[in-house]
Design a protein around this ligand. Structure first.
Ligand SMILES: *[C@@H]1O[C@H](CO)[C@@H](O)[C@H](O)[C@H]1NC(C)=O
Ligand SMILES: *[C@@H]1O[C@H](CO)[C@@H](O)[C@H](O)[C@H]1NC(C)=O
Ligand SMILES: *[C@@H]1O[C@H](CO)[C@@H](O)[C@H](O)[C@H]1NC(C)=O
Ligand SMILES: *[C@@H]1O[C@H](CO)[C@@H](O)[C@H](O)[C@H]1NC(C)=O
Ligand SMILES: *[C@@H]1O[C@H](CO)[C@@H](O)[C@H](O)[C@H]1NC(C)=O
Ligand SMILES: *[C@@H]1O[C@H](CO)[C@@H](O)[C@H](O)[C@H]1NC(C)=O
Ligand SMILES: *[C@@H]1O[C@H](CO)[C@@H](O)[C@H](O)[C@H]1NC(C)=O
Ligand SMILES: *[C@@H]1O[C@H](CO)[C@@H](O)[C@H](O)[C@H]1NC(C)=O
Ligand SMILES: *[C@@H]1O[C@H](CO)[C@@H](O)[C@H](O)[C@H]1NC(C)=O
Ligand SMILES: *[C@@H]1O[C@H](CO)[C@@H](O)[C@H](O)[C@H]1NC(C)=O
Ligand SMILES: *[C@@H]1O[C@H](CO)[C@@H](O)[C@H](O)[C@H]1NC(C)=O
Ligand SMILES: *[C@@H]1O[C@H](CO)[C@@H](O)[C@H](O)[C@H]1NC(C)=O
Length: 666
């Protein structure tokens, strides 16, 4: 007896210690996935001790039949149960799970459910969402039975408390929609779950199970600025251009959940725009384009919306006036020929025609006569590339107009510059080879050919004072266009002094020479005869003119007086020559000398030189100047040269001369 007890005790103690190794599972959850009455069931439970090799047996107590249905699920913690295996499901049923670890067993707690009322939907999925002006528009996938559903939504700013709300959706909608009001510039997290609405008598909503929460979803800010694109263009001489587009990333709060960039590339004239999607990582994109224009637009898209599109036009490479071949087209995989009318170098976008397979010779016969067209042939082998670009005519004609705006400028006695404007392209009707200029006059006609890019021409070797008729016309391969004609007359030989003027000048000079020779003679004569004269009659101060030049008229008047005074003095035969006199003499000498030099340098004829010539040349007079007494050389020091006195002296001198010359000419 005692032995048995001991053995029993041992067995019990062993089984107890073993039983400690068996941990029961959670209560099982048994449900169908929709309200559909034909649905099969699922049961599932949590395994709290997954490391152990455990097996499960699911027990279902059928209270109607008073029998237990059990099924071994092996080590799986869930079980699919076909409806037909279950029997009655409209009354209360107890369900539990037995766990077996090695040779030990333990049972979970029982649940008591009416299986028919036990519905658990799948967790909701956010099909799409859009954030705009403080609203978050959610679109959720429908539950399997497409019935009216109760949702619970919860949201929070990161790190804050959840806020929640419930809402119901209608039956038979395509998507379940909900609008959540959020603050504009705040990042949120949201989660949703849902529950079936049950209508049968025995079931109420409390029977139905909440679905699992949807995955925690971050709600970024809407992208409010379109990407700022930066374009880097490298134009290669082989007909291709490398374009590198870079753009700034969206802000961190807009990037949450990822941003993609959708690009629309219109870089191949003969093809449809190409779409490319780039991931968050790439804010750079490289592409080769042809010399024709291309456009690229980009849209940044994040989880809650998209930016406005940003479009960039890559302008065409400037067209040339001659044909250019960039590459050998034989290797091309794809080709694209574009052609269009040109008007003054401008492309008319509406007139651009494109073809994948037409050849250049075909289009040459097709296009309008006498109208300049341009074709561009693109190819694609490794890169988009322009192979040829060329202006062309189907048939060339002669220009229908002469150049416009023809005039002459820079006229001299032997040359003239002819200016004109290009003949507008529409009126050229062919490639202008050159301009032809005819110059008729003096009984002859000369002809010049001027390159077509010029708009002016210097006509030389003309005869002075002759009238010329100048005609200009454009010439194409088909011939000359009409003339535009201007008349012009060259200046006579020297614009300088006419022979009348020269005569007057000669008279002037002679008159002056006489005056001075006489005055000197007179002075010498007086010196011999007359005694020393005390002080000069005229005070030197009277000769100092006001510095301002406003009173030039006065100067003229004074000069007359002065000349008179001079003569009086001479008559007095003063031995000490008055400072005023010496100044005058001195100045005459100086002025003549200076201006003689100038005349040598510049041939220009001015009023000043007109006066010079009155005095020039007068060597004998200069010689006399040098004979003046020493003290006058002192007064003529360089310091005095640039002060007011010298201004006055010069003024006096000029005025005197002009008047005398005028008188002579009169
Ligand atoms: C579980 O059982 C398998 C064989 O069924 C065995 O190989 C394995 O070692 C066992 N693991 C544990 C933890 O007992
Ligand atoms: C369940 O048992 C199978 C073998 O029957 C084994 O391959 C599997 O790893 C086991 N799973 C777990 C979770 O123990
Ligand atoms: C359980 O198995 C162990 C060996 O693994 C054995 O010693 C023990 O007697 C068994 N217990 C029962 C109750 O079968
Ligand atoms: C678990 O439940 C089964 C079925 O009702 C029963 O046979 C078994 O004794 C129970 N085991 C324990 C440890 O309660
Ligand atoms: C959110 O933005 C919209 C327009 O963008 C504005 O009308 C609204 O007042 C803003 N709401 C808040 C709370 O800032
Ligand atoms: C919000 O959540 C709390 C706690 O889970 C719950 O008691 C309350 O009913 C919920 N409110 C709504 C509107 O769902
Ligand atoms: C054109 O020239 C550039 C620079 O030399 C080169 O990188 C590119 O591969 C060339 N393209 C073709 C199609 O030859
Ligand atoms: C993104 O950039 C990396 C290197 O910067 C490049 O290897 C990868 O191909 C790019 N992805 C796309 C889609 O352009
Ligand atoms: C163009 O390429 C083809 C084949 O590669 C070659 O036979 C032909 O001579 C090339 N033409 C020119 C103009 O380079
Ligand atoms: C002469 O013609 C040219 C070009 O046609 C023009 O630029 C210039 O102003 C004209 N000059 C005069 C004086 O009319
Ligand atoms: C233009 O004028 C020149 C000289 O007058 C003349 O020789 C020529 O034939 C004219 N050309 C035209 C197309 O009228
Ligand atoms: C005259 O000019 C010289 C040099 O130009 C200068 O040094 C001098 O001061 C000037 N004299 C007067 C009076 O202005």
């Amino acid at each position: 007896m005692e032995m048995r007890l001991v053995v029993l005790f041992l067995v019990v103690s062993v089984s107890l210690t073993e039983a400690a190794g068996c941990i029961p599972t959670t209560k099982p959850q048994c449900y169908k996935k929709s309200t559909n009455p034909d649905d099969d069931f699922y049961c599932e439970w949590d395994d709290p001790n997954p490391k152990e090799n455990q097996t499960y047996t699911l027990y279902i107590w059928d209270s109607g039949k008073k029998s237990v249905l059990y099924m071994n699920t092996g080590n799986q913690s869930k079980k699919f149960i076909p409806l037909e295996e279950l029997g009655v499901i409209s009354s209360k049923t107890d369900i539990w799970v037995q766990t077996q670890v090695r040779n030990l067993t333990c049972n979970s707690s029982k649940i008591s459910v009416i299986l028919n009322c036990s519905v658990k939907y799948s967790k909701p999925n956010i099909a799409s969402m859009e954030r705009s002006a403080g609203n978050l528009f959610l679109s959720l996938d429908e539950p399997k039975d497409n019935k009216s559903v109760i949702y619970e939504i919860r949201w929070r700013e990161r790190g804050s408390e959840w806020q929640n709300a419930t809402f119901e959706t209608k039956e038979n909608t395509y998507k379940d929609l909900y609008t959540l009001h959020l603050h504009n510039r705040t990042v949120y997290q949201i989660q949703l779950r849902r529950q079936a609405k049950l209508h049968s008598l025995q079931c109420n909503d409390s029977h139905s199970l909440w679905s699992d929460w949807s995955a925690l979803t971050d709600i970024p800010l809407e992208i409010h600025i379109p990407p700022v694109l930066h374009l880097d263009e490298k134009v290669w001489s082989n007909g291709t251009r490398d374009i590198k587009i870079t753009w700034a990333a969206t802000s961190a709060e807009e990037t949450i959940g990822g941003v993609t960039y959708n690009m629309n590339l219109s870089v191949w004239s003969c093809g449809k725009p190409k779409r490319i999607q780039l991931s968050t990582l790439n804010q750079t994109f490289d592409i080769s384009v042809t010399y024709s224009n291309a456009s690229i637009s980009i849209i940044a898209t994040n989880k809650v919306g998209r930016s406005a599109p940003k479009k960039i036009i890559i302008p065409p490479v400037k067209h040339r006036n001659e044909c250019v071949t960039f590459t050998n087209i034989t290797k091309a995989k794809k080709r694209c020929l574009e052609w269009y009318k040109m008007e003054d170098g401008e492309i008319l976008p509406n007139s651009v025609k494109k073809s994948k397979d037409k050849l250049i010779k075909h289009i040459k016969n097709e296009v309008q006569k006498f109208v300049r067209h341009y074709y561009i042939l693109h190819i694609f082998s490794k890169q988009h590339q322009t192979a040829e670009m060329c202006p062309f005519y189907s048939i060339e004609g002669a220009p229908i107009k002469g150049p416009g705006g023809v005039n002459t400028t820079d006229l001299t006695h032997e040359s003239v510059v002819l200016n004109w404007r290009h003949i507008p392209m529409a009126e050229q009707r062919g490639f202008l080879k050159h301009y032809i200029i005819w110059i008729s006059g003096h009984g002859k006609t000369k002809l010049h050919k001027v390159p077509a890019d010029k708009t002016s021409f210097l006509i030389k070797n003309l005869h002075p004072g002759t009238s010329y008729t100048i005609s200009i016309a454009g010439k194409t391969i088909a011939g000359k266009g009409p003339n535009t004609t201007v008349n012009t007359e060259t200046h006579s030989k020297e614009k300088g002094l006419s022979w009348q003027d020269q005569t007057i000048l000669s008279v002037c000079v002679v008159a002056f020479l006489c005056t001075f020779i006489c005055s000197f003679a007179a002075r010498r004569f007086k010196r011999k005869l007359c005694p020393v004269v005390p002080s000069p009659v005229v005070d030197a101060a009277e000769f100092i003119y006001p510095q301002d030049q406003q009173d030039l008229s006065q100067i003229t008047e004074e000069v007359h007086e002065f000349v008179l005074l001079l003569r009086q003095e001479l008559n007095k035969s003063t031995e000490n020559v008055a400072p005023g006199q010496s100044t005058i003499l001195q100045n005459f000498g100086l002025v003549v000398f200076e201006e003689e030099e100038e005349e040598g340098e510049e041939g220009e004829v001015t009023d000043l030189s007109f006066m010079k010539s009155c005095f020039y040349p007068n060597p004998s007079y200069r010689g006399k100047t040098l004979q003046l007494p020493e003290n006058f050389h002192l007064t003529d020091s360089p310091i005095k040269d640039n002060d007011t006195e010298s201004t006055y002296r010069n003024g006096l001198f000029f005025e005197t001369k002009v008047q005398e010359c005028d008188k002579t000419s009169l």
